[in-house]
Ligand binder design. Structure first.
Ligand SMILES: Cc1ncc(COP(=O)(O)O)c(C=O)c1O
Length: 425
């Protein structure tokens, strides 16, 4: 196991050839999986499979223990006070929907304001739109500036009437890292609860919920080297008492009569029905993998790689790069105030003059370079940027400078061919 190499990730042997290796630059969409994660899922079915919380036989008891051990592992990973703060869901999207249905629907009343930012993913916009219509709430959007940072606002004005701030930690388009510690303190001072969308930060930053103090924090296993179908919702203990069950059915109840049911304590009351057991086992292996590499080391490595890619990309004359400028990356001097981790996560969105992002992605694919193109589920942000689509490269622990070099070489060839064909020089 070492950072910046692909040996632990079988897909790179299968989906590429020595002459045309797979250059996977779409980890913000989903990450590739190390062998240990794939093996953990297989091992579950071969040696551990039984349903949890209900069997009186040893196999089922062991399955329950190993499921709960992953809950503890996840709690340690984000420095949560207890495993009880961790609810398993399908992904970030379901985690946010859970907060919408189980907390916000009960606690917000007509006229209350939900504060979102202009850089949110649709997962952290649409559930609030639906709830706002249902409960006559109003939505307010925190604007962003030219560099892709949240604007300086008067907190008293910004938070007026706000009962919930739902905010992304790292923008999946701009790469902006929002200074959450300061923002969460402000929100709490103004009586607002805070939900953090950590889909793009949990795989790349050392999260510490005891320091950040969010009320809710959501992320997905599949972006974290883990399997699809499993997500996490961290809930601050004091919010549990304000929440109703989300989905209901088997396993989340203590007793059921013809007319009534009593529910297990949290987090189990929010996990109805059979859980994705093999996926939880594999999530545990993903957390082990990242923990062994070290989140601090991962952050430093990805920061350097991003800085390198930014410099090379921004140097191309036909390219526009979005989000925080690269000058600050990795340097303590130019960091914006409040941004303790530097100012950009490991992703860069860009456009090439005259070439649609989708064409770019299709042409790069001919060189086996996989990048994302489109609105990245952030239409309101793209409307603010004044473009329909962007191209995006994003990194994980297996990427290295050779990947960046191959991408830049292929991109330069495309730009040159395009300019020749349209006689632009
Ligand atoms: C910032 C952000 N939030 C939420 C999501 C949704 O995650 P999922 O599809 O795993 O639920 C994504 C996925 O790209 C994301 O980037």
């Amino acid at each position: 196991m070492s950072i910046g190499t692909k040996t632990d990730f079988p897909i790179f042997r299968r989906a590429g050839t020595p002459a045309r290796p797979l250059v996977y630059l779409d980890s913000a969409a989903t990450s590739q999986k190390p062998r240990s994660v794939i093996a953990a899922e297989q091992r579950w079915y071969e040696r551990q499979n039984a349903n949890i919380n209900r069997g009186a036989y040893r196999l089922a008891e062991a399955a329950t223990l190993s499921f709960e051990a992953v809950r503890q592992k996840v709690a340690r990973f984000i420095k949560a006070p207890s495993a009880k703060n961790i609810v398993f869901t399908k992904g970030t999207t379901e985690s946010i929907n859970l907060v919408t249905a189980a907390w916000a629907r009960q606690n917000l009343k007509p006229g209350d304001v939900i504060l979102l930012t202009r850089m949110e993913h649709h997962s952290n916009i649409v559930p609030w739109q639906l709830l706002a219509k249902e409960k006559k709430l109003s939505l307010r959007f925190w604007p962003i500036d030219q560099r892709g940072a949240l604007t300086d606002e008067q907190p008293d004005q910004l938070f007026r009437g706000v009962r919930l701030l739902a905010i992304t930690h790292i923008s999946n388009v701009l790469g902006t890292i929002n200074p959450l510690e300061k923002i969460i303190k402000q929100a709490h001072r103004h009586g607002a609860a805070v939900l953090v969308d950590a889909a793009q930060s949990a795989p790349h930053l050392l999260l510490n919920v005891r320091r950040l103090k969010p009320d809710f924090l959501a992320f997905s296993g599949h972006k974290l080297l883990g399997p699809t179908g499993i997500g996490i919702l961290y809930v601050d203990q004091k919010r549990y008492s304000e929440m109703r069950p989300y989905q209901s059915g088997g396993d989340m109840v203590v007793d059921v009569t013809q007319r009534h049911a009593t529910f297990k304590p949290a987090p189990h009351r929010f996990e109805a029905g059979t859980q994705p057991l093999a996926q939880v086992a594999a999530l545990g292996a993903a957390v082990d993998y990242l923990t062994e590499l070290g989140m601090g080391r991962i952050r430093r490595y990805e920061q350097q790689l991003t800085r390198y890619a930014y410099r090379r990309l921004a140097a191309l004359p036909a390219v526009t790069v979005y989000g925080p400028t690269g000058d600050h990356l990795g340097s303590a001097r130019g960091r914006p105030k409040g941004s303790r981790n530097g100012d950009r996560g490991p992703l860069i969105s860009f456009n090439v003059q005259g070439i649609h992002a989708h064409d770019l992605a299709t042409w790069l694919d001919r060189s086996n370079v996989a990048i994302r193109a489109g609105h990245h589920c952030a239409r309101p942000l793209h409307q603010r940027l004044g473009v329909a689509a962007t191209a995006r490269i994003s990194f994980s622990v297996y990427n290295n400078r050779r990947d960046v070099d191959r991408f830049i070489t292929a991109l330069k060839q495309i730009i040159l061919a395009w300019q020749r064909s349209t006689h632009i020089r």
